[in-house]
Design a protein around this ligand. Structure first.
Ligand code: FPP
Length: 240
């Protein structure tokens, strides 16, 4: 990978939006207050993507582990997702954003799933920014579901085990239509990947920033994205 010091910015950025709860607690407010503030940042950052050359933005909104939170917080988050879809649908459509959801829909309530399907369909003609929202998503869960579907295809005789390679398996992942992320950002000072895009991030660059998600402005996002272009990425190869 010679000369990639001057490479361009990341085309696909994935974000672990962490720190909403702490942000709210520091202000003496309930955790949901932080999630609402966090949702406002999503809008601002999506709107900045075209200027930065970020074509794909994937955000971690709710993990397969997040069900362990209190009933109040889980219900509040689900209601926030419904409100977000209701309120943002028009702006997303008009701003050329194509929305997709990844994750297992089986545990989500019917009304929310219907709204997710409708938003995907409504924005399916857009191509300016591809926003993917991970909802009830876990990397291991995704790979497990993919393996299960793959095994079923073999069982049905539509595939042979000889056809199974990395590309074949990736075709069964929720993200099969998306490129792999170039850059994964996590806010709030935690340096963990928490089961996010495990397969897809094999060669991604990680950036851990201390800012809590509700304080993570579009300008700070632009700074992190800009810094990516200045670093070297070798995909296991030796620099020549
Ligand atoms: C992590 O912070 C954040 C979440 C589990 C929820 C993320 C959701 C949003 C930002 C809402 C907006 C999303 C959409 C799609 C509208 P945390 O609660 O783990 O914070 P903590 O680590 O400080 O407790």
């Amino acid at each position: 990978m010679a000369k990639d010091m001057e490479r361009s910015g990341p085309s696909h950025v994935a974000v672990i939006m962490d720190g909403n709860g702490r942000w709210a607690t520091m202000r003496g407010k309930p955790r949901l207050f932080g999630h609402h503030a966090g949702a406002r940042r999503v809008r601002e950052i999506v709107e900045r993507c075209p200027d930065l050359g970020v074509k794909y933005l994937t955000i971690f909104a709710f993990s397969t582990e997040n069900w362990k939170r209190t009933q109040t917080e889980v219900a509040g988050l689900m209601s926030l997702f419904r409100r977000y879809i209701e309120r943002e649908a028009r702006a997303l459509l008009e701003n050329g954003v194509r929305v997709r959801f990844i994750g297992d829909r089986i545990r989500l309530d019917e009304k929310l799933v219907r709204m997710m399907d409708e938003l995907e369909l409504l924005t399916s003609g857009n191509d300016k920014v591809h926003l993917t929202v991970a909802l009830n998503y876990g990397g291991r869960d995704e790979v497990t579901r993919a393996a299960k579907r793959l095994a079923y295809e073999i069982e049905q005789g539509r595939l042979s085990h000889k056809d199974v390679d990395a590309e074949c398996l990736a075709g069964f992942l929720d993200t099969h239509v998306l490129p792999d992320p170039d850059l994964v950002i996590r806010t709030s000072g935690e340096a963990r990947i928490s089961n996010f895009l495990l397969w897809q991030s094999a060669y991604a660059e990680y950036e851990f920033v201390d800012t809590l998600w509700p304080d993570f402005t579009a300008d700070e996002f632009a700074g992190v994205v800009g810094a990516y272009g200045k670093r070297e990425r070798r995909f296991g190869a030796v620099r020549v």
